[in-house]
Design a protein around this ligand. Structure first.
Ligand SMILES: Cc1cc2nc3c(=O)[nH]c(=O)nc-3n(C[C@H](O)[C@H](O)[C@H](O)COP(=O)(O)O)c2cc1C
Length: 308
């Protein structure tokens, strides 16, 4: 079983990847999406979203990181994919799942699921441009409005030469509302001959097993579940029990950013609050801590509360 840490824009940044891969159990990370317009993006954009590129594309604990691109222009996506690879990305992932209105309005993310032919052209262009030994994957939802094009889109991706396909088992219209339709992944898998990674609504070891059984996939991707329970990947592998709150607090201290960065405006204070929102699902202490720090704006005073 391979477990990939899901890309989460505005949430899973390099520091979160660092912490969660140090906790362990992950084989691969995917970055937040890099939005590609008609332009070869400057290197600093890639370094900002993926500082691991300065470390051979590895997190400090050695887990490979793959850059994710989002956009509608096949040729520009291909050019930027080549740049990301040259800078050290471990393969390229293409985003066909983002539900954000602003992104969809400019024909990026899930809206492309209405156009299997465009998806085919994008994957083909990127696959042709990137060296063969570097994997190109795509991440899709089951559709935009409904599932009517799910198989066609998956086939478009596979026929274009993608090495694997990650399926978040919901349509754009479903948003993040449970359930995830894992059985749909199995239906797609019957028709498509590339490795598939199942994603969506895996919060504990039982969910992971159910997902594997219903999707007929060994490999899974987890996002929000790993933010709610930082050692979820290890719990799923049967290597550890539920992480105790004291250990989560150590991670929060690190994430507050204070030790590493000092007080850099509101960035880390806001991120800590956001993460506590996810942690509240598994830890009542997280909600209590959130209530204590919600009005604090600087890393230093947040750190004091975390360590209290
Ligand atoms: C806040 C947030 C940001 C996300 N950003 C991305 C992204 O940048 N690229 C992407 O492919 N998916 C993104 N996703 C979708 C996740 O990767 C994943 O497919 C989804 O959360 C379902 O998996 P989960 O139930 O394990 O969280 C995002 C999801 C959330 C909640």
């Amino acid at each position: 079983m391979q477990i990939t840490l899901a890309p989460m824009e505005g949430v899973v940044d390099h520091l979160m990847r660092d912490m969660l891969t140090q906790v362990g159990g992950f084989d691969l990370c995917v970055t937040e999406f890099v939005r590609v317009v008609e332009l070869l993006l400057p290197k600093k954009v890639f370094y900002r979203l993926c500082p691991e590129l300065k470390n051979d594309g590895l997190t400090p604990s050695g887990v490979p990181v793959k850059v994710q691109l989002l956009g509608q222009h096949a040729n520009w996506l291909a050019e930027n994919a080549v740049r990301a690879i040259e800078m050290g990305s471990h393969g390229i992932d293409l985003n066909f799942g983002c539900p954000a209105k602003t992104v969809n309005k400019s024909k990026g993310g899930a809206i492309l699921l209405r156009e299997p032919e465009t998806i085919h052209q994008i994957v083909k262009a990127v696959r042709n441009a990137v060296p063969k030994e570097q994997p190109v994957s795509a991440k899709m939802r089951l559709g935009f409005d409904d599932t009517s094009l799910a198989i066609e889109n998956a086939q478009a991706i596979a026929d274009a030469g993608a090495d694997s396909l990650i399926i978040h088992a919901r349509t754009k219209v479903d948003g993040y509302k449970p359930p995830a339709y894992w059985n749909w992944i199995a239906k797609i898998k019957q028709q498509v001959d590339i490795p598939i990674v199942a994603n969506g609504e895996i919060w504990n070891a039982a969910d992971a097993l159910n997902c594997q059984q219903q999707s007929h996939c060994d490999n899974i991707m987890i996002g929000r579940g790993a933010l709610a329970l930082p050692n979820l990947a290890k719990v799923i592998r049967g290597q550890e029990g539920h992480m105790p709150w004291v250990q989560v607090k150590d991670l929060l201290v690190k994430y507050s950013g204070y030790e590493l960065f000092g007080d850099k405006g509101r960035y880390y204070p806001n991120r800590v609050k956001q993460w506590l929102g996810y942690l509240s699902r598994e830890y009542t202490e997280a909600q209590e801590l959130f209530d204590q720090i919600k009005r604090l704006r600087d890393s230093e005073s947040i750190l004091v509360e975390i360590q209290r």
